[in-house]
Design a protein around this ligand. Structure first.
Ligand SMILES: C[S@@+](CC[C@H](N)C(=O)[O-])C[C@H]1O[C@@H](n2cnc3c(N)ncnc32)[C@H](O)[C@@H]1O
Length: 204
């Protein structure tokens, strides 16, 4: 019972922090509430956890996916988590103070640098919650190019969006794109699962 209470308190605190951050930076946060467990499941069930050694999470927010990634990942996995908002990053740090494989970074544009800093050759999975349609165009371009360059040949980039606006851009940059619609989320979301593209231009 006490466990349930503290979980509820934690979730309420997270939801309140997230909403506050949305009012401060609407164009960066991109949504009013953390993702649902249904969206988390739709995304994370697409990962082959037994073979996922190097994982990046972009736009972690309050850490709704991070929490499950940490539980599902191999003990020796490298988990590089990017969250630009310092208050949200702090929440994640507080929740996983001791996890050795989990490293927190700010801007997802630094994906390549963080990868090299950790002596990682490439990523098996890059999981993104970034609101590409509302981020500055250059920032979105830099991040998508970095994703394309840092993903392994068999790696997958799994990203959700609240509209299909990004589909064309994803088709230009990536290959073998599969999509799925998740209704049970506020707002409902499209999940895109992509392999890296043939043309891997741009810096990272
Ligand atoms: C829609 S929220 C998703 C949060 C969480 N993953 C979820 O699904 O509930 C997007 C998050 O991306 C973060 N973000 C925006 N631009 C970023 C960037 N360049 N690098 C890292 N995080 C960024 C925002 O601060 C926000 O927390």
């Amino acid at each position: 019972m006490r466990n349930k209470d503290s979980k509820f308190k934690r979730r309420s605190h997270e939801a309140a922090t997230f909403l506050k951050r949305f009012f401060t930076h609407p164009g960066r946060i991109g949504s009013v509430a953390p993702s649902s467990k249904f969206l988390a499941h739709a995304i994370l069930s697409q990962v082959d956890w037994a073979n996922a050694k190097n994982i990046a999470e972009l736009g972690a927010g309050t850490g709704v996916f991070t929490r499950d990634i940490v539980k599902l990942a191999r003990a020796d996995a490298n988990i590089l988590v990017f969250e630009i908002d310092v208050s949200l990053r702090r929440l994640i740090k507080e929740e996983h103070p001791e996890h050795k494989g989990l490293k927190l970074y700010s801007d997802a544009q630094k994906l390549g640098e963080a990868m090299r800093e950790n002596n990682i050759e490439n990523f098996d999975y890059i999981i993104s919650s970034l609101p590409f349609t509302v981020l500055p165009h250059d920032m979105s371009e830099n991040i998508l190019n970095a994703v394309n360059k840092t993903l392994s040949a068999k790696g997958r980039f799994i990203a959700y969006q609240y509209s299909r606006i990004m589909k064309h851009t994803l088709q230009e940059k990536f290959s073998d794109i599969k999509s799925q619609y998740v209704l049970l989320n506020i707002p409902p979301a499209f999940v895109f699962n992509c392999a890296r593209g043939a043309s891997r231009t741009g810096s990272y």
